[in-house]
Design a protein around this ligand. Sequence first.
Ligand SMILES: [Zn+2]
Length: 260
Amino acid sequence: MQILSEELSCEIDDIVSIELNICDTQPSCLGGANNEFIFSGRLDNLASSYCALRALIDSCGSPSDISSEHAIRMVALFDNEEVGSDSYQGAGAPTMFQAIRRIVGSLAQEYAGESAFERAIRQSFLVSADMAHGVHPNFSEKHEENHRPEMHKGLVIKHNANQRYATSGVTAFLFKEIAKIHNLPTQEFVVRNDMGCGSTIGPILASGVGIRTVDCGIPQLSMHSVREVCGKEDVDIAYKHFKAFYETFSSIDKKLSVDY
Ligand SMILES: [Zn+2]
């Protein structure tokens, strides 16, 4: 408390409450023989958050970029995913549901008729982006033989029959199609069937909001350690993939002509 009060130039008694996080103060850096890796704390999941936010901003760079857009582009970033998301500010809270309802309400009150909100949800698509476990050369047997995500090979599409990931055949196809059109690589992941599977906010939002969802992520090593590692190239690929998603989802979804 003494250190905190000195940092804040106040008396200890002036500190009424704290939420204190201890973190590595070394800045992130590039490394590897060709500077091909990023070494950083909290890549999981700031890397996805950064790519999503940057892609959203850049996809709306000029008014002409969105003049023909009929959909609404959003990014939603949640706290507490690592502890299960059941919190005031986590994905288990109704925040996203309410935000969509309020946006639709403010835009559609006059002319969209009844159930505009429900129809908007049906036409929506969620990219649930969280980091993926890349194959580690010393522990490659931890991965299913044909599903070993490698660094520098693009976003990992995550599948799980027990719905620990929310990806379906339809959502995986649509998301991969966007990559294909833009010449971006993707890779697919299923966990070894004799091992437990991680999860993401994908199934929470898919089931809570009722929205088509794909789970994907940048492959990395040393997830959850103080210093994590991912490929520099993959951040660029993820950014381009997300940006392409924002820019082309509406037109590609229309071509699928599935009546939701
Ligand atoms: Zn994590």
